[in-house]
Design a protein. Structure first.
Lengths: 205, 205, 205
């Protein structure tokens, strides 16, 4: 499987898992089936829209390839019919959100490199792609964006994007690099949730 | 009147009615005259900005043609001076918002077809154009976005955009098609508000 | 120093002071060091991203030149370590926010003129660039956007952008024009805060 196909598959999986988080937040907010679909679409496609608009690839991939639209709709419908009890919702949102973050920070950085951005800019674009969908989901549904709550969130995304960027800068393009980078981001994000890791707070003078 | 002129006129009317809803929400939130103008501009132009940025037509139409700027400013000033009592505000917001939704879902889909997007993508872009201005208005003024509240909202927009897309796919380009599509969306949205139609809610396991 | 260099320097200073306001709001909301960095980046770069995407210059300047990324990160770190007591935070946010507004309304208008937009559109783009970063900061951190609160905010931005636009339309390109325009916007914004100037409110029928 070449690099472009890996990118495509990781992108679609990322859209799927982010779509699930949007739908789960919708279930939790007791939205109806259409509100849930809107949140699934916005959360699944938002990060990629921001990424593609910023690098100037318009219309974004999701508007040129119908498979990108089917994926979050299926994620939303599956969640609507199969979601678990309210008590377990937030844990599932965190789990799938970590997976989406990991996948999008990697695909965002890869795409930015393909478009000739410098390593630092590619890493930033990876982070923006990773956090974009979740920020839109949380702002639309009236939650404080997860990236601003007191947890390790942007850092693992920067790590995942950074691994991809450094590997590319060293001329190393094996297809397992993005997968390893995504796993590193995913693992650290989950550990941070499980262990309740917190970053330093500002001192209080 | 050819298709492009119809598109232009419907677009300007849509900006006008969305501008009114932004200004009315500003009046309701007791904003001053400048805050009201900002909400009128953002609500009137927001959906079109999102549409034009996503299809890659930048600068957006509203930045290349000064008439697009005058329309929401006039809408805001008229609303500031002539708005009714607070009690009737929300009903008027709903009425004009339904009109703006109907017009933008149609013009968004038409423009996407002109730019060569596939039918499914054109329909999605129509829905995004239709709901974009209202979402920005509600997020900026601290309301839950209307598209997420428990009412039929995105569905009539999808219907309106869908009629336009299907007609175009069948090679049928009569100038009454977008008008009929907008009326269908407008009518169903108003009926949904009047009758209190609700979409299915997720079950509660 | 030619016009392009003036634009560049004003842009970087604007990113720095907006970055400080984002970080100060983060300190006030008791975010951790990473949440504060995210707010500093979004607030510093947000207005420029909106400006560059709308005029079609993608990737935005901040993604093509690494200095644009270092500036808000430094602003965020300085604020994290050196911020004052909570009581004085809001006053400092207002001060730096006025400076950022003044600088961005001017650089936004200048850049729009360079890209061939009409005077009216260039003025609007200047206002959007000026208010964009602060709106993103306030929406993400759950505050009512400052542009909608009952104070003179969009008006001085329009004045600053207007001075630049009128001077350019008259063929006058001296490098002190943007600096004078930014000072005019800054001074009026500060006076409005100090004196508690308010714009007319809608009558209450």
């Amino acid at each position: 499987m070449d690099g472009s196909a890996v990118l495509h598959v990781l992108d679609l999986i990322g859209i799927f898992v982010f779509g699930i988080t949007g739908a789960l937040v919708g279930v939790r907010k007791k939205l109806d089936v259409f509100g849930i679909q809107v949140l699934a679409l916005v959360t699944g496609l938002g990060g990629g829209f921001i990424r593609d608009v910023l690098i100037g690839q318009t219309p974004p991939a999701a508007l040129r390839d119908w498979r990108y639209l089917v994926v979050p709709i299926v994620a939303g419908l599956l969640t609507f019919f199969l979601h678990p009890g309210i008590g377990r919702l937030e844990r599932l949102v965190n789990l799938f959100d970590a997976a989406g973050l990991a996948l999008f920070c990697v695909t965002g950085a890869l795409k930015a490199i393909d478009f000739g951005l410098s390593p630092i800019s590619a890493a930033l674009l990876g982070v923006l792609s990773g956090i974009g969908g979740g920020v839109l989901r949380d702002v639309l549904s009236g939650r404080v964006p997860v990236v601003l709550r007191s947890e390790i969130y942007a850092t693992p995304a920067l790590l995942g994007a950074g691994i991809v960027v450094v590997a590319a800068a060293l001329g190393y393009h094996a297809s397992w690099v993005p997968i390893a980078a995504a796993l590193a981001c995913f693992g650290i994000r989950l550990l941070a949730i499980r262990r309740g890791w917190n970053a330093p707070l500002p001192r209080n003078p």
